[in-house]
Design a protein around this ligand. Structure first.
Ligand code: TYM
Length: 333
């Protein structure tokens, strides 16, 4: 049993409330994998500031996100749960990796292109080099597996390219990470615009459901979900985007297969289907929200969790950073 456990790293930006998309695409797997692996789960506040944040809200979201990580089932005594800005090694390795990532490869990142289009008045350098900081997050811990949603696959692939480049020049330094993407829930779409990903910024459009939403709000969002002009509940993502998205959510929430869902709602129409999906999500999220509300009343506990997490993460990160600094020729302190 003294064989070293494989390492997991993942993170979510505290740039808004945690969504059902982040839960089904990422967090749910974090919890599922946490017994088997040595896990580092981070609140990546440094990534959040690539888009302008209200400072008070960022602080509030960060603490609330920590409470939600725990209430989703991450046990802070078994997983290292921490805040990115508390471990300076992320910024330090991030800078080094800036010097090993190419302008051309960063220009090809879909998330950069999307965000640059949406924030035309603030296409800052951080938005562009964001994937290097993300590579640093991952590589600092000698990570083997990165549980993320589909949209982050490209960034993990770039991380592999950067690691490979560095290892080729300096000899084995970084472990080679693999993305871990769920079969169901890898890309949850907006309920009102099933062509685009469910995200915190669509909150006002009513297409987004958040982990801390109350049952009435969740039911309202599902009742208003866009479907199509047919009546049949059938999985066909190319032609029935809205219905297929609802089926993915229902499948992820209940564990039922698409075939089982199709027969459950055969001849019943969309009204009954949307209600059932809404209710399954209400029940899925209820314990998460209630537990997080309780945890948020105990600020001292949360402070203790993030301090303890930062200490453990700093220790692990320092080992890799020391190795990197030595290899590239920095004089030892
Ligand atoms: P972020 O904060 O946008 O999203 C957090 C995680 O949730 C997943 N996700 C979704 N999955 C399915 N459907 C959706 N609608 C949906 N929306 C979000 C994302 O794929 C992600 O896994 N760059 C990252 C954060 C990050 C990170 C890291 C992740 C920074 N450093 C290191 C892993 C490892 C991001 O912007 O995720």
């Amino acid at each position: 049993m003294d064989e070293k456990r494989k390492v997991i790293f993942s993170g979510i930006k505290p740039s808004g409330a945690l969504t059902l998309g982040s839960y089904l695409g990422a967090l749910k797997n974090w919890v599922a994998l946490s017994d088997e692996y040595e896990c580092y789960y981070c609140i990546v506040d440094m990534h959040a500031i690539t888009v302008r944040q209200d400072p008070a809200e960022l602080r509030r979201n960060t603490l609330s996100q920590l409470a939600q990580y725990i209430s989703c089932g991450l046990d802070p005594s078994k997983n290292v749960v921490f805040i990115q800005s508390h471990v300076p090694a992320h910024a330090e390795l991030g800078w080094v990796l800036d010097c090993y990532a190419m302008f051309g490869e960063l220009s090809r990142m879909t998330q950069f292109k999307d965000k640059a289009a949406k924030n035309a008045d603030n296409i800052n350098a951080g938005l562009f080099t964001y994937p290097c900081l993300m590579a640093a997050d991952i590589l600092l811990y000698q990570t083997n597996l990165v549980p993320v949603g589909e949209d982050q696959k490209q960034h993990v692939e770039l991380t592999r390219d950067i690691a490979h480049r560095f290892n080729t020049i300096y000899g084995d330094t970084f472990a080679m990470p693999e993305p871990y993407i769920p079969k169901v829930g890898a890309r949850i779409m907006s309920l009102t615009e099933p062509d685009s990903k469910m995200s915190k910024s669509e909150r006002d459009g009513g297409g987004c459901v958040c982990l801390m939403d109350k049952p009435d709000d969740i039911m309202r969002a599902f009742k208003r979900a866009v479907t199509d002009s047919e009546t049949e509940v059938r999985f066909d993502p190319a032609n029935k985007k809205g219905v297929s998205n609802l089926m993915s959510i229902y499948s992820a929430a209940t564990g039922r297969s698409y075939a089982e869902i199709e027969s459950e709602f055969a001849g019943k129409g969309y009204g009954a289907f949307k209600l059932a999906v809404g209710e399954s999500v209400v029940e899925l999220l209820r314990p998460i929200r209630e537990r997080a509300e309780d945890l948020l009343k105990n600020k001292d506990y949360l402070v203790q969790v993030y301090r303890d997490g930062a200490e453990k993460a700093s220790r692990a990160a320092a080992r890799t950073l020391r190795k990197v600094y030595k290899k590239i020729g920095f004089v030892e302190r």
